[in-house]
Design a protein around this ligand. Structure first.
Ligand SMILES: [Zn+2]
Ligand SMILES: [Zn+2]
Length: 108
């Protein structure tokens, strides 16, 4: 592998996946485990949800496991789609309240 190739790729030190850098040379998160190093403290930022800003492009929301700071980075086409969909449906799959509360509303 030439040094040129090294410039175009990075290896995730969390899961060991090798991924191509984005065309702009920056890579927000690992496309395999979707984690990202938090530049502020060096801890691992873990994806906690998917956001869809006005642009319509998906963005990953990360929270640093060490300092708790929130950040976001754009979802790329080669990101782990299974993990992305899991993140997107998690609020529906694990509601913070019992779903039968809705039927209780009907009874009021
Ligand atoms: Zn990774
Ligand atoms: Zn941090």
């Amino acid at each position: 592998m030439s040094s040129d190739d090294l410039d175009q790729h990075f290896t995730c030190t969390w899961c060991g996946a090798t991924a191509a850098l984005a065309p702009d040379g920056r890579r927000g998160h690992c496309p395999s485990c979707l984690r990202v190093r938090h530049a502020g403290c060096g801890g691992w930022a873990v994806p906690i949800s998917v956001a869809v800003p006005r642009t319509g492009d998906w963005a990953l929301v990360h929270r640093c496991a060490d300092c708790g700071e929130l950040s976001s980075s754009p979802v790329r086409s080669d990101d782990n789609q299974l993990l992305l969909v899991r993140l997107a449906v998690r609020p529906l799959a694990e509601p913070p309240f019992p779903l039968d509360a809705f039927s209780a509303f009907g009874a009021l």
